[in-house]
Design a protein around this ligand. Sequence first.
Ligand code: KIV
Ligand code: ZN
Length: 390
Amino acid sequence: MTDKQVFIFDTTLRDGEQVPGCKLNTDQKIEIALQLEKLGVDIIEAGFPVSSPGDFRSVEAICKAVSTPIVCGLSRAVQKDIEVAAAALKYAKRARIHTGIGTSQSHIIHKLKSTQEKILERAVAAVKYAKQFVEDVEFYAEDAGRTDNEYLARVIEAVIKAGATVLNIPDTTGYCLPEEYGAKIRYLKENVNGIHKATLSTHCHNDLGLATANSIAGVQNGARQIECTINGIGERAGNTSLEEVVMIMKMHPSLNVDCDINTRLINSTSQLVSDRMGMPVQPNKAIVGANAFAHSSGIHQDGVIKKRETYEIIDPKEVGVDHSKIVLTARSGRAAIAYRAKNIGFNLSKDQLDIVYARFLEIADQKKEVEDQDLQIIIKNKLSIAQVSV
Ligand code: KIV
Ligand code: ZN
């Protein structure tokens, strides 16, 4: 392991599965866990075992099914939760208990009806208790995004002393600005004794659309684990999306970080999760949306046909998409028509293209998208030319 290595902690099966309507059965969870293993995630957060007998059984089954990734179970800073998580993780080749408690004033006063000192004691006690079952204990300071940095640093220092191996700094409400979140991670790096013994982790929610930016800011300031989900699913507006942070790290070598994800499996994993959860991916979603590699305006199409990189920073093959798409709409130009006509076996001369293009525009003004079949009919009706096999 080098300092460049960023661990990918996937919580699709825990935070992601909390989405209303996205509930999975055990077989579906195993199928997704095996795909995440192939994808190369380092840690799978398999569930919250105390939450229901079904979740317990799923975590147990995932532990038996996967070999390489660490399997993690969530708990609150409550002995019973920790015991149940440990029991569910019994068959894991490598187990991690994830335990924690709210640290912001809002959580301490309104949710936990407690004091900073008592919460600090509970945090330490939870980590010590979890350490009786497993070596690898991750602590989360819920709502760390809105927690005062000085108090947060005290809690983190105390739980490291108690044996925490990973410190999760969640922006639970998705409130932070990237600069603020990055500064929080840097503050912990610079002010917590013993921080070098543990890994700092980001866990960002997307309420303001900043989850990915905040996670990357965290990494730029010393975090070495990112918690994320496939397609960015998760509570409310979701979590950081795995595909986005992974491709940002890949596309920007200047960040000087690396991870072990096989990016060519990103698209198929996205489709599997979307299908099994019954949760469609928005077409304009970065990396995995249906339009992520589709070009519809004439200016862009002309550029992409001449050289793909003109309007695409990622080679679609890098994320498991066969090829870029040239979509025919009323905004398309002649270059796109010639290109798509050639794909279906018609090599149009300049004059022929002018004729086809005029008719194409009439049709395109009536339809959202002109398909290959429509184009074939236009060409056959307007010209008497042969279609070659492609
Ligand atoms: O968002 C959050 O704070 C969480 C914790 C339970 C890690 O999901
Ligand atoms: Zn969360």
